[in-house]
Design a protein around this ligand. Structure first.
Ligand code: G6P
Length: 612
């Protein structure tokens, strides 16, 4: 979590950093700060709250500079406050640091420094690191670069750090382990960010810094070294994101924009891969490793949050179509137990950001045990994409709203294509079924578009239930992961406590919650369990619960018993989750808006969770 931005070059650094921080706020937004070096020396301005609040407080302040760093925080050590906000200065006031990550051995380092007479203003691990660096500089008479290198060898945990030194006003020192760092290369200028968004309008040439690398950045020079002080050749990648992709484009919120983008993003995800007429799915990452994938005794899919729900959906689909056993694991659990990985097992990592610390470490651990890693990632060039042996991008474009929407449907589309391709190659799917599902998948963007055209029908439903204290989301089979995802969306966006459950399992506990005040959302599109879910609806109605049902167009049974319904177009049950999730996203959005919540930046959350 936390977003970092930096600039060095002929332009004014401050507006670049402020704009960059606003684009990085999805990574955390409880406090903000910047450090600049100008004729007054090293200046630090920081404040609890969002970037716009800091900006307002700095009107008329001396923020002119050609070098600077900025930070938007998601608190780990110490509550959100002015003092705990980054940047942190060292005791001699010469160094300023910003940090994304966690220094795990900070307590030990802090007590060593206190014994040496250092004092600390904040409760952060970051202030410990900057003083540790100052101390090394002092004791070894080494350059800042050398002191950083020595310090980082003693530090455990994850970090991206950017450092300014008042005595070296033409240099930014940066280093990375575990958290992302992108350096944009301009003519006699460099841009830094946790992702590429702060530099989009200035350059398309970027370097993704690797773990254990230190960058020494001057306006006209970028030097990369490893912790052994050996020069590394910067690998320059070309960005293919346009500025418009990260702007709201006339929508009130990024979340709404991203929900409405789904016909396009799903289309983009299928484009060039799926050809229903020819009956082909072209995915190089799959084709190049087809033998390993077909003969794998087992797939283990690891993910977190919404991506975990996509993984769970994939379990149902892959087991059905490919007849390969699938286990779905929370990355955070997988990495800390001693998982059994057998020869030939395939690990699939699913991640929107490609930076989630738990997922990243989990795949590194699996790699150590010889597993083949297939990454399904949205952000091009991200850490997970680079750590995987092969993979497929979801091509959903930048997702800014903290609650994931378009990335989820793109993940589902990719996973469905992978399942179909492997099933076809393995011979576990009949040709007629295969061809039918290809056509169904190809028609999805159009059907999502039709749902969105009716999106306003969800507004009165949202209004009706916005004051609920709890909600239950139920589904069976392919609709169960969608129930989980619907509940997660509501929690994230509206702070209403919501639980997703398998509809039948409801009788083993959650039914005790049902009363006239409890909204129960059924994902009840037509499938082979339809009669069963109808019975579950009746069980809720018999206890006076309020039923909101997502149904298939033409279903005239459920509307006769539910309090509210929203119909989605007909689709094969394997493909239908791509449709039924869309009204659930919109319902959460409208409830969040009706409650006055900050839907793009829900409290306590961050989009890219780069700490464990
Ligand atoms: C955070 C985000 C979620 C996301 C999860 C996993 O919790 O708020 O929206 O699903 O991280 O992130 P990833 O980038 O790995 O998909």
């Amino acid at each position: 979590m936390c977003g970092i931005v930096g600039y060095i070059g002929p332009r004014e650094a401050y507006p670049i950093i402020i704009t960059g921080l606003k684009r990085q706020e999805y990574r955390g937004y409880d406090s903000t700060g910047i450090a600049l070096i100008n004729e007054n020396g090293l200046e630090v301005f920081k404040k609890k709250g969002k970037v716009a609040e800091l900006e307002l407080s700095l009107l008329g302040k001396p923020v002119n500079a050609h070098i600077g760093i900025g930070h938007t925080r998601w608190a780990t050590h110490g509550e959100p406050s002015d003092v705990n906000a980054h940047p942190h200065k060292s005791n001699n006031e010469k160094l300023a640091i910003i940090h994304n990550g966690i220094i795990e051995n900070y307590a030990q380092l802090k007590s060593e420094l206190i014994k040496k007479g250092y004092s600390f203003k904040s409760e952060t691990d970051t202030e410990v690191l900057v003083n540790f660096i100052e101390d090394i500089q002092k004791n070894t008479q080494s350059s800042l670069e050398e002191a950083v290198r020595i310090a980082l060898k003693r530090v455990s945990g994850a970090y991206v750090i950017l450092l300014l030194d008042e005595d070296n006003p033409d240099t930014i020192i940066a280093a990375r382990k575990g958290s992302p760092l992108v350096i944009g290369i301009g003519k006699d200028e460099h841009f830094l960010g946790s992702d590429a968004t702060p530099m989009l309008e200035y350059t398309k040439e970027v370097v993704y810094v690797n773990d254990y690398e230190i960058a020494i950045i001057k306006a006209g020079e970028l030097i990369l070294k490893n912790l052994g002080n050996e020069r590394q050749m910067p690998y320059i990648s070309k960005l293919d994101i346009e500025l418009a992709a990260i702007e709201k484009g006339g929508y009130d919120h990024f979340m709404l924009k991203e929900i409405y983008e789904q016909p396009t993003t799903i289309y983009d995800c299928l484009r060039g891969r799926l050809d229903a007429e020819k009956g082909t799915i072209t995915m190089k990452g799959i084709q190049d490793h087809i033998e390993a994938l077909i003969h794998a005794p087992r797939y283990i899919i690891i993910a977190c949050g919404t991506s975990w729900h996509a993984a769970l959906e994939a379990e149902y689909i892959i087991e059905e179509l490919c007849r390969i056993p699938v286990e779905v694991e929370y990355a955070s659990e997988f990495r800390y137990r001693n998982p059994i990985i057998n020869k030939g097992d395939v690990i699939i990592a699913v991640s929107q950001s490609g930076e989630t610390a738990d997922t990243l470490v989990a795949i590194e651990k699996a790699k150590e045990q010889g597993a083949f890693i297939f990454g399904i990632v949205n952000v091009v060039g991200s850490s997970i994409s680079r750590a995987s042996h092969a993979g497929a991008y979801t091509h959903a474009g930048p997702e800014i709203g903290v609650a994931s929407t378009k990335a989820f449907t793109a993940q589902l589309a990719v996973l469905m294509m992978i399942a179909l391709k492997i099933a076809k190659e393995k011979g576990t799917i009949e040709n007629s079924r295969y061809m039918e599902l290809l056509v169904e998948l190809e028609n999805i963007p159009e059907k999502v578009d039709a749902i969105l055209k009716n999106g306003d029908l969800l507004k009165p439903i949202a209004e009706k239930y916005k004051d609920a204290g709890n909600a239950l989301y139920l589904g069976r089979g392919y609709n169960f992961p969608i129930a989980l995802e619907g509940a997660l969306k509501l929690k994230e966006i509206s702070y209403i406590h919501a639980e997703g459950y398998p509809a039948a399992e409801m009788k083993h506990g959650p039914i005790a919650l049902v009363d006239k005040n409890l909204p129960v959302v059924f994902v009840a599109t037509k499938d082979e369990y339809h009669a069963k879910i109808v019975s579950n609806i009746q069980e809720i109605k018999a206890r006076k619960g309020k039923v909101i049902a997502i149904i298939t167009e033409g279903d005239d049974l459920i509307p006769s018993m539910a309090d509210d319904v929203f119909a989605v177009p007909t689709a094969n049950e394997i493909i239908a989750p791509l449709l039924s999730v869309v009204p659930l996203q919109l319902l959460s959005y409208y409830i969040g808006v009706a409650k006055g919540c900050d839907v793009d930046k829900p409290r306590n959350l961050a989009k890219s969770v780069t700490v464990e």
